[in-house]
Design a protein around this ligand. Structure first.
Ligand code: SF4
Ligand code: SF4
Length: 383
């Protein structure tokens, strides 16, 4: 059976501001039905990397928070730390970045909480028993929340094809260890020539996987170098963040279909136990050609379309991809020229079978790729 995906375009007027339309969209798609009075609701979004500009505008988060408060929930606005070393690698940097990007309490109307704690280790193991993972490591504030509202800025992604509701929760709700498991599941890569043998990584490893050993003679100026026992390594990534030399890096998985399937399984874990208390909104605005985790946002590849909302994360992502591909491209973007680009994701990333994310999410029972687009307030997509 097809799932309903509600849609509003971005047309506004004196009595019809965009925040008001967003609140009505959320209510139409069932926001009041997903919360329990007094329950904690995680409003999961991406605060944007420092230098990025395509993330959801903070003032557009407010109507969702207001609607949750009116419904009797206790909302908090949240994201989890990054695996890579950037401006959101720990809770202090992350909150500072969120504030610099405009996500302040007085703007969004709710407290900001970094879901996986000060250093990405505040996590809860959630049993899923799926193809790649028997259990997934979810940021504890999201795992403990009573209900979830996903606010995803929909864009392209250089490994997942696109980022929407599934990725916002799959990667975005995972702890540092969970992110590592999706990207590789193996130990960090050692860049031996950068290592000075200082041992800071050794102090961070709770699994006894790191040793500092003699370096082969003449290989570099320092006599010691790091070594990782891959059998003992739990892939928590703590050492990557501890190394001041950048000598430990993520062993990025290049197996893209498997990566997409893992994201879907983590998303299933993020909403496990609260499938009926989750709502997913995708903002098809400033649809940039790459992930919001970069410290820049390239020009959007299509004009702004609107906002989608559904109780079904697969349906809302499928509808988002369809609207993307039905829209004319912007020649001022990386999609130059007059061609039509019926598959804009492959036009930017020719080797990515982006459908795998949706196919696997459907296979594991997260939702359906069949949907009915319900336009609220006469708001047809202007394509
Ligand atoms: S990833 Fe974690 S478990 Fe593995 S070596 Fe680094 S700190 Fe130790
Ligand atoms: S990997 Fe980094 S933290 Fe570990 S010993 Fe080498 S330089 Fe020090």
């Amino acid at each position: 059976m097809a799932s309903q995906v509600y849609f509003t375009n971005l047309r506004t007027g004196y009595r019809n501001s965009l925040p008001a339309k967003i609140e009505r969209l959320a209510l139409a798609s069932g926001l009041e039905d997903i919360v329990r009075k007094g329950g904690l609701t995680a409003v999961k979004l991406h605060f944007g990397e420092r230098g990025g500009t395509a993330f959801i505008r903070p003032v557009l988060v407010r109507p969702i928070v207001d609607a949750l408060l009116k419904a009797g929930a206790r909302p908090f606005v949240t994201d989890s730390g990054t695996l890579y070393v950037g401006s959101r690698g720990n809770a202090v940097d992350h909150l500072n970045t969120a504030l610099l990007n405009g996500f302040a309490y007085p703007v969004v109307g709710a407290p900001l909480i970094i879901a996986d704690g000060i250093d990405g280790t505040d996590e809860i193991s959630v049993s899923v028993n799926l193809k790649h993972f028997p259990e997934v490591m979810i940021a504890s504030a999201i795992a403990r929340a009573d209900s979830i509202v996903s606010l995803a800025h929909f864009k392209l992604h250089d490994a997942a094809g696109f980022g929407g509701a599934i990725k916002n929760l799959g990667m975005g709700a995972a702890s540092r260890k969970g992110k590592m498991a999706q990207h590789s599941g193996v130990a960090p890569k050692i860049v031996a020539k950068k290592c000075i043998g200082c041992g800071l990584c050794f102090e961070q490893c709770a699994h006894g996987a790191i040793s500092i050993v003699d370096r082969p003679e003449g290989a570099a100026s320092t006599s010691k170098v790091v070594q990782i026992d891959r059998e003992l390594c739990a892939g928590c990534a703590q050492c990557i963040h501890a190394c001041p030399q950048g000598a430990l890096t993520i062993n990025w998985s290049r197996d893209f279909p498997k990566f997409m399937e893992k994201i879907a399984e983590y998303a299933a874990g993020a909403i496990r136990g609260k499938e009926s208390r989750s709502l997913f909104l995708n903002f098809l605005t400033q649809v940039s050609p790459a992930c919001d985790c970069y410290p820049f946002s390239d020009a959007p590849i299509i004009g702004d379309i609107g906002i989608l909302a559904s109780r079904d994360p697969v349906a809302v992502d499928q509808a988002s991809v369809d609207l993307l591909n039905q829209s004319p491209h912007l020649p001022s973007s990386c999609l130059k020229g007059e061609d039509h680009y019926p598959d804009k994701i492959r036009a930017v990333y020719p080797n990515l079978e982006w459908e795998r994310q949706l196919i696997h999410a459907e296979e594991i029972g997260m939702g359906t790729r069949e949907y009915e687009l319900v336009e609220i307030e006469g708001g047809k997509p202007h394509l």
